[in-house]
Design a protein around this ligand. Structure first.
Ligand code: GLN
Ligand code: ZN
Length: 767
């Protein structure tokens, strides 16, 4: 029998149980016992679900209360000193590292004030991990304060009658994905491998003693351009991690093509190798040839990153090719990666058009897919399942929902002039200076203000029909007015309307565009307790009517100060949706660019002449490896943005915004936005700041972390601005937070922004 394997299952719960309990815990409405019990319940549910579906190899330790990489930092004692001095419980140390912690002293608790660790994108996905942060004083050891999580969860499954394969991020990826702490900037994390391996090995030994025969070790960095010295580490490292008293290892890679690093993993003493053939089928022949005689091959054919129904016939063909070479008992049918990146269950979607729903598989349905394919290649009769599958695949291919001739005609009109502004930046700058007369160190925000409970309740009521459209719009207008008045009061220069009408920056537009489908419950974890519901691009995209003009115009009517119109850019709309797999990403992005171009022009015509087109996802979309695909991406990504934004006059000021991860300023120059704002508060490397000083247009380097409720003082802002001014010119300097404030409460929002604006004023007086 060919086995089926799932590399990881979403941990958020089908009804977002994890979010609810974690947030209740943070706001002291649930106890730590309740939190832990709920985690246990979710894990049990997921294991049982997979067992019932007939999955042979089920992962454990794929659960996390915040992030699986952060869990390892706690487990291996990679905890910067600033988090350990408060005597917090282990789970609170975890959350403090993940999201910062600031609390006043009470009779029973001491005051705490600590910022979060840096959070960055997990490869090219929209998931974020908390970056391991090392210093010269890092002392690896197994931190058993809260039990050894992988062992605890393995045993927990076992007790339920489910034999699992624990999954742990591999030692080389763990170090490589980390960074040096600010007190140890000369430290290269990878140099810590020798110290780290014995501790990593002791974890494996503990798992083995607990009964785990095999462990899944994820080494996703194997799909990156790895320096030779890192490639060379694999052999020695895995030799150390195998032997008597240790479990067998299945080494997993995903999200790309491993071939350039193949020599690193050839002949490793591991019992199996896993490759992602959903993403990179082109590597098949070479990687299969690299599987040694004693090893198994885990064939990742069921896509862990998208929702399209797996084509069973195609998948079987690929798996059979592997079986021909290796034999049935050395081949495993698997998901391409963890299913963390897909929504939990299609059965929870009652509002999707059934014709379209038939094209999808969410995580729960993907379990059936791996099992069906494993059965088929084992020679079991699954003809009915295959016939039904073939019918859906064909129906989608032939559906008229996917094609719009009008859109295709318009695509042919895209050329240089359609994607270039009429004058270069200096001329635009002069026109904008004259029009807005902004002070030095202009202050602004990134768009959203707190999405309060009240806002969510009213949106819910409106969706359910218990309040009328008029009542809802009136409510939204009140919210806009509150936000405008607040900004005026504290002295911000360029205002925003606050985005109260938006459930999500992509979904909101997706719902108004043609060519999109959207779910009611298709949540996917983005970071911590923040989940998104990516819309699905099912066909050619177009904009039937204006999407954001009304709210912006209303906001502008309330104030003399400029109000920024706020749109989500084409690349972000694409990246934060589930894209089509039947046309290229470039085509989808340019179609979105055209739709947004109409919106930008409608805003301008309605008197909204500062317009921000957010592209926070542009960095994550960057192909993981350098080369042709990457340079093509940079070209079409920038062109899509320019298609959207270049149809305006010189005095209209185009802003853009980027967040998360390390952005290369060279990659955003081609967007030619007048002002960009960037997440920056966690960047303390002066060299990195310096890279931005050559950026030709204006920049706001984000001054505070919006993922954390912590309030920076005015002095903190002043110090930070001074630091940046050492390498960055004052006349291009905008003052703003890292990102939108939708996840924050009003209390901290008010305090932080007031301090920020006061700091800017101080510099204005000096310059
Ligand atoms: N305008 C958006 C907001 O403020 C931008 C969000 C983002 O970049 N992630 O919420
Ligand atoms: Zn942002």
């Amino acid at each position: 029998m060919v086995q089926s394997s799932v590399l990881g299952f979403p941990r958020i719960g089908a009804q977002r149980e994890l979010k609810k309990i974690t947030e209740a815990y943070w706001s002291k409405k649930a106890s730590v016992e309740e939190l832990l019990a709920k985690g246990k319940e979710i894990r049990a549910h997921n294991w049982k679900l997979q067992q019932a579906a007939g999955v042979d190899v089920i992962a454990s330790n794929d659960f996390s209360f915040y992030d699986q990489v952060l869990d390892l930092s706690l487990l291996f004692n990679v905890i910067p000193d600033r988090y350990t001095k408060f005597d917090l419980a282990p789970i609170d140390v975890l959350f403090a590292m993940g999201r910062g912690l600031q609390r006043k002293a009470t009779e029973t608790e001491a005051a705490v004030d600590v910022t979060a660790l840096e959070m960055v994108k997990w490869f090219d996905s929209n998931y974020h991990y908390v970056r391991p942060t090392f210093s010269h004083s890092t002392e690896f050891k197994l931190n058993s304060a809260a039990g050894l999580k992988p062992v605890v969860e393995y045993l927990e499954a076992k007790e339920l009658g489910v034999e699992t394969r624990p999954v742990v991020v591999g030692p080389i990826s763990y170090l490589y994905l980390g960074k040096a702490d600010k007190d140890s900037l000369d430290l290269d994390p990878i140099s810590l491998l020798d110290k780290f391996l014995p501790v990593y090995k002791s974890l494996l030994a503990e798992l083995y003693s607990a009964g785990a025969k095999t462990v899944q070790i994820d080494e996703p960095i194997l799909v990156l351009d790895l320096p030779e010295n890192v490639q060379k580490l694999y052999k020695g490292a895995f030799e150390q991690l195998t032997g008597e008293g240790l479990p067998e290892i299945v080494l997993t890679t995903y999200f790309g093509d491993v071939r350039p690093n193949l020599s690193a993993i050839k002949n490793l003493p591991v019992s199996g190798l896993h490759f992602d053939f959903a993403r990179a089928p082109e590597q098949f022949d070479e990687v299969v040839a690299a599987v040694s005689d004693s090893q198994t091959l885990s064939v990742g054919v069921v896509d862990g990153r998208n929702i399209w129904k797996t084509d069973y016939t195609k998948a079987s063909a690929l798996v059979n090719k592997a079986i021909e070479k290796l034999g049935k008992d050395r081949v495993v049918v698997a998901t391409s990666s963890s299913l963390l990146h897909t929504p939990v269950d299609l059965a929870n979607e009652s509002k999707l058009d059934p014709v379209i729903a038939d094209w999808f598989q969410f995580a729960t349905q993907k379990l059936d897919a791996v099992v069906a394919i494993a059965k088929d290649v084992s020679g079991e009769d699954v003809a009915d399942l295959y016939a039904a599958n073939a019918k859906s695949i064909k129906a989608r291919q032939e559906s008229s929902i996917t094609t719009n001739p009008e859109v295709q005609k318009r695509m042919a009109t895209i050329n240089e002039s359609l994607s270039t502004r009429s004058s270069p930046f200096p001329e635009r700058l002069a026109a904008q200076k004259e029009k807005y007369n902004l002070p030095l160190f202009p202050t602004t925000t990134i768009g959203s203000f707190p999405q309060t409970k009240d806002i969510r309740i009213n949106r819910n009521k409106f969706t359910k029909g218990t309040i009328t459209k008029e009542e809802y719009e009136q409510f939204i207008n009140q919210e806009i007015e509150t936000v405008i008045r607040f900004q005026e009061e504290i002295g911000l220069d360029v205002l925003v309307h606050g985005e109260p009408e938006r459930n999500d920056m992509v979904q909101y537009f997706g719902e108004q565009l043609q060519g999109y489908a959207f779910t009611t419950n298709g949540w996917v974890q983005s970071y911590g307790s923040r989940y998104v519901r990516p819309p699905i691009i099912v066909g050619d995209v177009s904009r039937p009517k204006a999407m954001s003009v009304k709210e912006s115009v209303y906001a502008q009517s309330l104030t003399k100060l400029p109000v920024k119109g706020m749109l989500t850019g084409p690349v972000t709309c694409l990246r934060w949706s589930f894209p089509r797999d039947d046309v290229s990403q470039k085509v989808q992005s340019l179609q979105l660019g055209l739709a947004l171009r109409d919106e930008v022009q409608d805003l301008e015509a309605a008197g909204i002449t500062v317009i921000q087109v957010d592209e926070p996802a542009i960095r994550e979309g960057l192909p993981l490896r350098s080369g042709q695909e990457r340079s093509d991406y940079l070209n079409w990504a920038a062109q899509s943005f320019r298609v959207a934004t270049s149809g305006v006059v010189n005095s209209t000021q185009i802003h853009s915004h980027f967040c998360y991860s390390d952005l290369d300023p060279n990659h955003i120059k081609a967007l030619d936005a007048d002002v960009v704002s960037i997440e920056f508060s966690k960047k303390d490397d002066a060299n990195y700041i310096r890279e931005f000083s050559d950026y030709p247009n204006h920049i706001g380097l984000g001054l505070f972390d919006i993922h954390s409720p912590r309030i920076p003082s005015k002095e903190e802002f002043v110090t930070r601005i001074e630091e940046i001014l050492k390498v960055y010119p004052a006349d291009k300097f905008w003052v703003n937070p890292d990102c939108g404030l939708k996840t924050r409460g009003w209390e901290e929002t008010k305090a932080s922004l007031t301090n920020m604006v006061d700091a800017a004023k101080e510099f204005r007086a000096k310059y």
